[in-house]
Design a protein around this ligand. Structure first.
Ligand code: HEC
Length: 437
């Protein structure tokens, strides 16, 4: 095998060997400068080389549908064990193997250099809380367990030639989770007082509070303090019969009497998209059924008097920083790659609803909106002719970034002939349409 196409058996440990440009990118943790005196973040990408057999025996004892709260606790414990004491450096975790998704560095909102955080969303003023008068920032890092990471390993066996030529199908008991940090102050979100905090090189906060920060414009000298606001979990669990996935989210609740990561209180768990709950049904009093939502934490949200009327669209589940016109299962089921257009090809969120004078959100065309709330079975793409990413938006974004890099690189190496490649990464994809309040 030539050096150019060497299999990455040692991935991030092969600095002494000659790496191709694609391998260098694959092993890049962040493109941003590490300020003096700070430890750089390192990607863990030595993925397992074989995918385990699909074993439907559940990893977690409690039933997600009938014992949702217990289920959330069991998954949270599994995710945090060995991680909290090692400040979420998976390379140091002796208890369980966790990995990061590749190629998340190569975009304007890509990984910052101290914790590998990517820019998630800028929360519009007053969306979450009445005292929030500027855009606040949310930054996150995700972890795949060994079962899930084996799929990344299969796709990226050769970082020079990643393979996505069929529907991705994560094995049962894949667990992926994400920690989300915010720069909101105690005044903006009072119950963040006492939350675990990290230092991170986030975006420059514009002086004008009506302006959204630009993820491409990062702070450069001293890092900012960001605090834990949310934790998301996703489990491929056979008991979720409609889509194969269970989605859960926690919020940091400084009032709950616990400290550190124990302060993460469950918000809810969902195992479907409530495809029958259209606008008419919702207005006639029907409520989401594929979801369990914690009552007191929902009251805590309501007590902030933000504009957001629910967690996810019409009572489905979405997290505190997520766009409420969407839902976990809805947004994630758009994770796909269309080989014909070489793009995702589908918006992750439905069209923005109209906002009435008394701040109610009404779909412009509910038939269209409801196409984002079908139950797409795991391993099936939402659009025809596309390959499913089986709900993993990080797997999709990493591949999309790689394709953008490859096109740019080929164009530059080819002597800049013809027009430069089109940047297919839609801006604001993660935010979705902006709602003006
Ligand atoms: C409006 C779209 C949207 C909604 C709603 C949403 N997510 Fe995501 N999620 C994303 C995007 C985009 C990514 C990948 C980018 C990143 O992580 O920086 C992602 C990444 C993740 C990941 C990492 C694994 C992966 O590859 O996708 C997990 C786990 C996750 N989300 C869980 C959840 C849960 C749980 C909810 C609901 C509480 C939720 N998400 C709601 C857009 C969304």
């Amino acid at each position: 095998m030539s050096d150019q196409h060497r299999a990455p058996s040692c991935q991030c440990k092969c600095a002494h060997q000659t790496q191709t440009d694609a391998e260098k990118q694959f092993n890049t943790s962040s493109l941003y400068h590490v300020p003096d005196g700070y430890t750089p973040w390192s990607i863990r990408n030595d993925y397992p080389s074989t995918t385990p057999a699909h074993d439907p025996t559940p990893l977690f004892g409690p039933d997600p549908i009938t014992q949702s709260e217990k289920y959330l606790e069991a998954v949270k414990t599994y995710c945090l064990e060995g991680m909290v004491e090692n400040d979420f450096v998976p390379q140091k975790n002796k208890k369980r193997q966790w990995y990061h998704a590749p190629w998340m560095h190569y975009s304007t909102d890509g990984r910052e250099p101290l914790h590998g955080l990517t820019s998630e969303r800028y929360l519009p003023p007053r969306e979450f809380s009445a005292t929030q008068e500027r855009y606040t920032q949310a930054w996150a890092v995700g972890f795949f367990n060994a079962t899930g990471a084996s799929v990344l390993g299969e796709m990226w066996k050769d970082p020079n030639d990643p393979q996505w030529t069929k529907n991705i199908d994560f094995p049962w008991n894949t667990v992926i989770y994400k920690l989300l940090f915010s720069n909101a102050t105690n005044n903006e979100i009072p119950f963040l007082a006492g939350a675990p905090h990290w230092q991170a090189m986030i975006a420059v906060q514009p002086e004008d509070p009506t302006k959204e920060p630009d993820p491409a414009v990062r702070i450069t000298n001293a890092p900012n303090d960001v605090r834990l606001l949310q934790m998301d979990i996703a489990v491929k669990d056979k008991r979720s019969t409609a889509t194969g996935w269970v989605w859960g989210t926690f919020i940091y609740d400084g009032n709950c009497g616990k400290t550190g990561y124990d302060g993460l209180a469950p918000v809810g768990l969902s195992w479907g998209n409530d495809p029958k709950l259209d606008q008419k049904a919702y207005e006639s009093g029907e409520r989401a059924k594929d979801v369990w939502i914690d009552g007191p934490v929902n009251d805590l949200r309501a007590s902030l008097n933000g504009v957001r009327p629910f967690w996810g669209w019409n009572g489905r589940l979405a997290g505190p920083v997520d766009n409420f016109i969407s839902a976990c299962q809805s947004c994630h089921s758009t994770a796909q790659w269309n080989p014909y257009t070489q793009s995702q090809g589908t918006s992750i969120v439905p069209p923005a609803p109209d906002v009435t004078a008394d701040v109610k959100f009404i779909p412009v065309n509910d038939n269209i909106t409801m196409t984002w709330f079908t139950n797409v079975p795991g391993g099936t793409a939402i659009a025809p002719r596309a390959f499913s990413a089986d709900n993993s938006l990080q797997l999709m974004i990493g591949y999309e970034n790689y394709v953008a890099w490859r096109e740019k690189n080929n164009w530059e190496q080819g002597g800049k002939k013809g027009p430069p490649p089109v940047d297919r990464r839609p801006t604001h994809r993660r935010q979705g349409p902006k709602l003006e309040f």
